[in-house]
Design a protein around this ligand. Sequence first.
Ligand SMILES: [Fe+2]
Length: 296
Amino acid sequence: MGIRHESTTSDTHARIHIEGLERDLRILHLSDSHLTEADERDPEAVPHAEEIGARFNDRTPEGQTAREVFEQTIAYAREQGIDAAVLTGDMIHFPAWAGIERVESGVKDLGVPALFTSGNHDWHFPYLEWSDATRQIHYPRLERLAGENPACHSIEIGGVRLVTLDNSTYQVSFEQVAFLRSELDKGQPCLLFIHIPIWTEALLPGVLDQWKAPIMMCASDGWTEETRSRWKVPGNDPSTVELYELLTQGESLNLAGIFCGHVHFGHAGLYREGRWQYVAQPGFAGGYRLIELLSS
Ligand SMILES: [Fe+2]
């Protein structure tokens, strides 16, 4: 399949030429808005909403709140005209109903088919243990954004398959790998949306500089015992390694690109020959990416 990425240093755009595409498509990718809304339905989260919200509001571009920046980005995307939108996690800092509803209403305002996959914050209240058990407990809340199976999902737009996998614990399951394989086997062009970037040599320096730990999926080098314990990444599950190998060496050439967030800076770089991984700048800082898929 003829797929060509236009080389870019842009943090807000990606242009990918795909041979035989039915029509040109524009897709909004948004990640890491870290909205901190909570009300009486989640009383334990309310004090955290104020404290953590103030922290993110200090990091927005022009003194707006993170919620105002989210709403501006939604309005901008509507003006641009898009065919679909994908949100790749940490859209909310914790799964209070008020935050879930805010994101839901933003997605509705876009008026196009949309996908959501979870980040490491969307399912985690700050006062709970950060674990897969906690994620499973909150999955039902995320169904409103992510559909009936928040672990993986896909939609088809103009002959292109948009696929999400929840890798927010730094791991994926064999079921998720099988899901991606079945999507790829359909033979159409695919885009993969995940929260945590996969390890690439190009991304490593920026991540280490910002986080002092290689917080990418399937990173082997650069961890210390202390950072592995702090980030709760004891190693790479065999299923996670299988996904990494499928993406970087396996029969996945109809996958045109990987789109993710998590590390809070923009980046675009190769993950295998001719195929790029794009990291979005965080939504709270005004970040987003418009993905243009071009038929010629
Ligand atoms: Fe994250």
